[in-house]
Design a protein around this ligand. Structure first.
Ligand SMILES: Nc1ncnc2c1ncn2[C@@H]1O[C@H](COP(=O)(O)OP(=O)(O)OP(=O)(O)O)[C@@H](O)[C@H]1O
Ligand SMILES: [Mg+2]
Length: 244
């Protein structure tokens, strides 16, 4: 069964069509990179799946539920966790407060406090640096540590799928490597499905998995990242070369 099925999604901002008729689905445990140049519509697509930006048309289902037009917190409750573009760390809060931020939405559920405590321990086990600095101000963490913090926060709801927008943004290459090592490890430990947005196709080619390449609001390539490699089709998608 597909975990996520996006079908014929169009997204508009006023008269601008940012995403046009996009369809794809993802299986459990799959890693999918959505890549493409600036303005391709990658973040818009991710925000729409998460319920933050409404679609003009099309349907989205997640773990068998139709989530089209549902509120972000409802979608999150079903096991969809998003790390938005720019990370959104609350700099003046402590690391632990940042991790706990999203758990309040479950305050009506029975036993949520105990569950949040268990999840917090699991996050600390994955990222010991966060535990070490749990009472420190989040704004004082390095870029790489902040990226780990927001991934940790996404894990606090025990999601089935994590969607991350540009995890490498502003990070040195070796720090990006560490972030990806964590993501890959988490994927196998928790059977997580990963939807990762990156402008560049380089990381997808390096890590492997599936790559969906967008340009001008449409999917222009969808296939195995390694075999797409540095093909002319990729060059064309980024730089707009004509095929001869
Ligand atoms: N909130 C918004 N209001 C109006 N236009 C928007 C909004 N968000 C995005 N756009 C426009 O929609 C198009 C797609 O933008 P989007 O941010 O989804 O692209 P992207 O692929 O994520 O680009 P980048 O790689 O730069 O992050 C662009 O033309 C952008 O200017
Ligand atoms: Mg973007």
């Amino acid at each position: 069964m597909s975990v996520l099925a996006v079908s014929d999604i169009t997204i508009r901002y006023g008269r601008l069509t940012a995403v046009r008729g996009v369809s794809f689905s993802m299986n459990e445990g799959e890693i999918v990179f959505v890549t493409g140049p600036n303005g391709a519509g990658k973040s818009s697509l991710m925000r729409t799946i998460a319920g933050v930006t409404p679609a003009a048309s099309g349907r989205i289902s997640f773990v068998g539920d139709d989530i089209t037009g549902r509120a972000p917190e409802d979608i999150a409750r079903l096991g969809f966790s998003m790390v938005p573009e720019g990370r959104e760390v609350f700099g003046s809060l402590t690391i632990e407060e940042n991790l706990m931020v999203g758990t309040g939405m479950r305050a009506k559920e029975r036993g949520w406090k105990a569950r949040a405590a268990t999840e917090l321990e699991a996050v600390y086990e994955t990222f010991p640096i966060l535990k070490e600095r749990r009472n420190g101000q989040a704004g004082l963490l390095s870029g790489g540590q902040q990226q780990m913090l927001v991934i940790g926060r996404a894990l606090m709801t025990s999601p089935r799928l994590i969607a991350i927008d540009e995890p490498s943004l502003g990070l040195a290459p070796n720090i990006t490597d560490q972030v990806y090592e964590c993501l890959i490890a988490l994927r196998s430990q928790r059977r997580l499905t990963l939807l990762i947005v990156e402008q560049s196709s380089a990381r997808a080619v390096m890590i492997g998995g599936r790559m969906i390449l967008m340009r001008g609001g449409e999917i222009v390539l969808d296939g195995d990242a390694r075999s797409l490699g540095n093909s002319e089709a990729i060059q064309a998608a980024y730089f707009g070369y004509e095929d001869h």
